[in-house]
Design a binder for this molecule. Sequence first.
Ligand SMILES: NC(=O)c1ccc[n+]([C@@H]2O[C@H](COP(=O)([O-])OP(=O)(O)OC[C@H]3O[C@@H](n4cnc5c(N)ncnc54)[C@H](O)[C@@H]3O)[C@@H](O)[C@H]2O)c1
Length: 338
Amino acid sequence: MRIGIAGAGRIGAYHAATLKGLPVVDEVVLADALPEAASRVAGELRLEAVPDVEALLDAGLDGLVIASPTTTHDAMIRAGVAAGVPTFCEKPVAAELSSALALAQLERSTSVPIHIGFQRRFDAGYMRARQAVVDGELGFVHTVRATTLDTAPPPEEYIKVSGGLFRDCSIHDFDIIRFVTGSEVRTAYAVGANKGEPYIGGAGDIDTGSGVFVLEDDTVVTFSATRHNAYGHDVRMEVHGSTGDIAVGLDDTLALVSAEPGVAFPAGPTVRSFMDRFLPAYQRELATFVEVVRGERPSPCTVYDGLQAQRMAEACDLSRREGRVVPLAEIPDVEPAS
Ligand SMILES: NC(=O)c1ccc[n+]([C@@H]2O[C@H](COP(=O)([O-])OP(=O)(O)OC[C@H]3O[C@@H](n4cnc5c(N)ncnc54)[C@H](O)[C@@H]3O)[C@@H](O)[C@H]2O)c1
């Protein structure tokens, strides 16, 4: 199998190494807007590089992995689908809600599978939490808390095209809230502030945000995110039910110090980045994409799923700017697939 990667930056280089390690993948081909970036990563990993994305799509691919900036996802997904190549695209689906809506329509009209990259769906802890909900282990779920605290902000160039904290970072929590609870959002309320890097505020963005969702099944969900948690990359979820509780990310790597006397938990060391935290999840995610490419299963995370997470981000941004509770029904949607 021959897989192409568009974008050889942070996550593109990481996915290249993961794909190279999958036994069913014979060849990985890289392209980047900066040909030297593709050549460098290809050189380091002993893979093939081509000069541009056009050449990549002409390279006889079985599958395409899009790891270029969010602002390019719309055009890249369209190019992959037009070439008839099963396409994996990193989150979020697109920079603009209008693009995500149009791509969800495109997904309806094509037989080419599109898989959106929310790796938490393949993380052992989140999968266990989902199973606990499905199996009724927790009774009825009333409260969920979701957290993503990053060690340090990405560079200014990334922030400018990221879509903002909710669309770029919290969107992982938004997707996994739907995945674990199996419920959609009814209302959103969110706030945010910026006490760190001036370039984040300068881009109209926030470095710290938090919010509350009420789900269609009346579960109350809180989420929080920051770009400034130097002690460790802290990604967690707590699911509380009438008869049980379960926590994702509650192990010795937890980036917290107990204030209780004599308590040695968590013993550390903390995780530094999403790459350390989610390596097995990324491996399972791309192995699953390979199964999609082989026609062995449908996309496990569709554009429709990506659109729903994006609508949650959109509602949070609107809520933050207007200081009010936003019903998700205000945010444009497509009909769910029948
Ligand atoms: N799932 C995750 O955990 C995760 C983690 C990090 C990033 N991401 C997503 O992956 C995407 C890339 O993020 P990153 O951190 O790797 O960014 P990055 O800036 O490190 O890398 C992006 C690369 O794409 C290249 N590029 C720019 N325009 C291009 C184009 N038109 N065609 C081909 N290549 C182009 C750039 O030169 C750069 O090498 C973003 O959408 C981001 O949201 C997902």
